[in-house]
Design a protein around this ligand. Structure first.
Ligand code: SUG
Length: 444
């Protein structure tokens, strides 16, 4: 059956800020306390959605979370009016307040793992929101993420929504950022590659020393099981612990795949030769690995430019286009590599550049901002149509951002009760635009 790869991007929320919350994510640590521009961030993200829609791809939008997260602050013992909760938190636990204000749900590659119906035993699309246990500010996303996904993919005949995995580090799950699907046509069955950083129940296995491995093997296996994948079509790959220690906190910082291509750095995986062979064998067809050697581009270049955090898009059927962040053009080694790779004989035929600096400063490139969802024509008809980007929705969202967002935000602003009010009224209006119903705690 004919199927498409849809991209669902996270709309950047009104509290987008730089709080240095993600140990192991170098950009996040480096930009701690910088002033952010939420309006620009949201517009940069929306421009990417518009660009893909204009290229003829199916593009959807996922709503942001309610932030500041008063609900979580109350669970932590803060009480009184919402303004008092904010004031107490700012005084007693400013770092926790910052965590409860993060707009990190914009990176929807971490929203969930999605298995298309062609791969699942019951021929439905399976979703599991990622528990994101390794970072407190992200561990408070999955509940509302699940509600937003259900409101966007509501029809149970086509879509299965699982609960997030248990919220402990043993089952740390970072979602689609560590999941890649290979296939011939999108509607054909696929090979699902699950990438993890460490084993939670086996201490004898290698793991990073300096930075955390956020995602475990046991989490990957559990998802493959609950999505009812055929075990022969699943491949597990361990990230090289050395690159995690150099700032590769998700696989999508060092590798990206699409259809019959894996594009990655030489140092991305442990036992890479076995992995490449397993992929080639499982794929049963013309499979390409485009590997970038360390003496061509260092891991440092990769982490700084986010070359592999690009989107590999099939705009036409005969070649793939790489959508890269502007930082790739600013690094001369990466720029010359890009020019070479598109001129060489491999499936990558061109590249496009986008300015996503507001997100990049928190370690989020083009691929972080999107959740890939392969849908058949019939499944696409069952998607909430108000979440699909077209010229009209683009205009509406652009005006909505213009009306509600600030163009400057720093840490001191996070406790401003006015920011909470602005954010809630923006989200209330958004749930009407996207026809989501009541997904936020403040609406219940
Ligand atoms: O989880 N940054 C995010 C970036 C996520 C990128 N996603 C993918 N690679 N798929 C993270 O580390 C920083 C927030 C701050 O520091 O204010 C942050 O959460």
């Amino acid at each position: 059956m004919r199927a498409f790869e849809a991209n669902f991007d996270g709309l950047v929320g009104p509290t987008h800020n730089y709080s240095g919350l993600s140990f192991g994510n170098i950009a996040s640590s480096r930009n701690q306390a910088a002033t952010s521009n939420p309006k620009l961030a949201a517009k940069q993200g929306l421009a990417k959605m518009k660009k893909l829609a204009d290229l003829g791809l199916v593009q959807g939008v996922l709503a942001p979370q309610e932030r500041p997260d008063i609900h979580t602050l109350r669970r932590l013992g803060f009480s009184g009016s919402d303004a008092q909760v904010l004031a107490q938190a700012a005084q007693q636990m400013p770092r926790v307040l910052a965590a409860c204000c993060s707009a990190s749900s914009m990176w929807t590659a971490n929203a969930a793992t999605v298995s298309p119906s062609a791969d699942t035993l019951d021929r439905r699309v399976h979703f599991t929101p990622a528990n994101l246990t390794n970072k407190f500010h992200r561990s408070i996303e999955h509940d509302v993420t699940g509600r937003i996904l259900k409101a966007s993919f509501p029809d149970h005949r086509y879509f299965v929504h699982h609960q997030a995995l248990p919220g402990v580090e043993h089952f740390g799950d970072e979602g689609a950022a560590n999941h890649t699907r290979f296939c011939k046509d999108y509607g054909d069955f696929g090979i699902e590659m699950f990438v993890f950083g460490r084993y939670a129940f086996d201490d004898s296995k290698p793991k990073p020393i300096k930075f955390p491995a956020r995602h475990t093997f046991e989490a990957s296996e559990s998802i493959a099981r609950s999505h009812r994948l055929n075990s022969q079509d699943v491949i597990y790959a361990q990230q090289n612990p050395d690159v995690i220690d150099q700032g590769v906190f998700h696989n999508d910082v060092i590798g990206v795949g699409n259809r019959n291509l894996l594009f990655c750095h030489e140092q991305a995986y442990l036992n890479k030769d076995k992995l490449y062979n397993d992929l080639k064998r499982a794929f049963d067809g013309d499979f390409h690995v485009v590997e970038v050697a360390s003496d061509r581009l260092s891991v440092n270049d990769v982490v700084g430019s986010y070359l592999f955090n690009s989107q590999l898009l099939n705009i036409t059927d005969d070649h793939m286009t790489l959508l890269v962040p502007e930082e790739c053009q600013q690094n001369s080694a990466v720029r010359s590599y890009l020019e070479e790779v598109v001129a060489t004989d491999n499936p990558i035929g061109g590249f496009e550049v986008m300015d996503l600096k507001q997100s990049m400063r928190n370690g989020g490139g083009p691929a972080c901002l999107r959740l890939r969802i392969v849908l058949t024509e019939e499944e696409l008809k069952a998607v909430n149509p108000s979440t699909l980007i077209n010229d009209q929705l683009y205009q509406q969202l652009d005006q909505w951002i213009e009306k509600h967002y600030r163009d400057q935000l720093s840490e001191n602003d996070l406790a401003d009760p006015q920011l909470l009010m602005e954010s809630r009224s923006a989200l209330d209006e958004l749930t009407q635009i996207l026809q989501l119903g009541t997904v936020y705690p403040f609406q219940r």
